[in-house]
Design a protein around this ligand. Structure first.
Ligand code: IMP
Length: 192
């Protein structure tokens, strides 16, 4: 089965291909010659995931899926949430975003947070959704060099290491995106 992933993010493609295995051909936007900026203007993860998948389905009429992820921090009223990529402003870096979170958290002991990923899948015009979540806490400073985004300041429950101190395999096994992809994989493997 061939599925288009509405992204060109290499890291995501590798992670998804590793979980789904060889039976599924996961094709990127570059692979199908789509070089347009896909709009992502909704105010929920589900809305954004569906917006991205629908954009591709409407243009290419091929089965596809898209994901959207947010970091929700209790002390910040569940921000940055759907705005995680540009929390410190348009075109900001991962470092800028982490600096903003650490500054806003100050030395509070209320540090609970979770990552959530929603995947929207469109198969023959029908929409399906999958969600993955991992709970943890925001550290007081950065730890580790692996991963990306907020990984150096997020420590999953039950671990004494940040996401940026785990190997890619360890992180994928427990991460929000890993869990959402696993659900997608279970669903499409049961379609046959
Ligand atoms: P996206 O929806 O996958 O593009 O994720 C939105 C933003 O959430 C990214 O720009 C990152 O800042 C953050 N993010 C997503 N996934 C992760 C992760 O696995 N670790 C750390 N940060 C992440």
């Amino acid at each position: 089965m061939e599925l288009i992933l509405a992204s060109n993010n290499k890291h995501k493609l590798e992670e998804i291909r590793a979980i789904l295995g060889n039976e599924y051909k996961i094709v990127s936007l570059n692979d199908i010659g789509c070089h347009e900026e896909i709009p992502e203007t909704q105010d929920t993860l589900k809305g954004n995931a569906l917006q991205k998948a629908s954009f591709i389905y409407e243009r290419y009429h091929k089965n596809c899926f898209a994901d959207d992820t947010g970091l929700e921090i209790e002390f910040l009223g569940n921000q940055p949430g759907v705005y995680s990529a540009r929390y410190a402003g348009e075109h900001c870096s991962f470092e800028d975003n982490m600096n903003k979170v650490l500054a806003e958290m100050g030395d509070t002991n209320h540090r609970k947070a979770c990552f959530k990923t929603v995947i929207a899948l469109i198969l023959d015009g029908k929409e399906y959704f999958f969600e993955g979540r991992v709970d943890g806490e925001i550290l007081r400073e950065r730890h580790g060099r692996e991963g990306f985004g907020y990984d150096p300041i997020f420590q999953p429950i039950g671990y004494q290491k940040s996401f940026a101190e785990l190997s890619a395999e360890e992180k994928n096994r427990i991460s929000h995106r890993g869990r959402a992809i696993q659900q997608l994989a279970n669903f499409i493997k049961n379609l046959k």
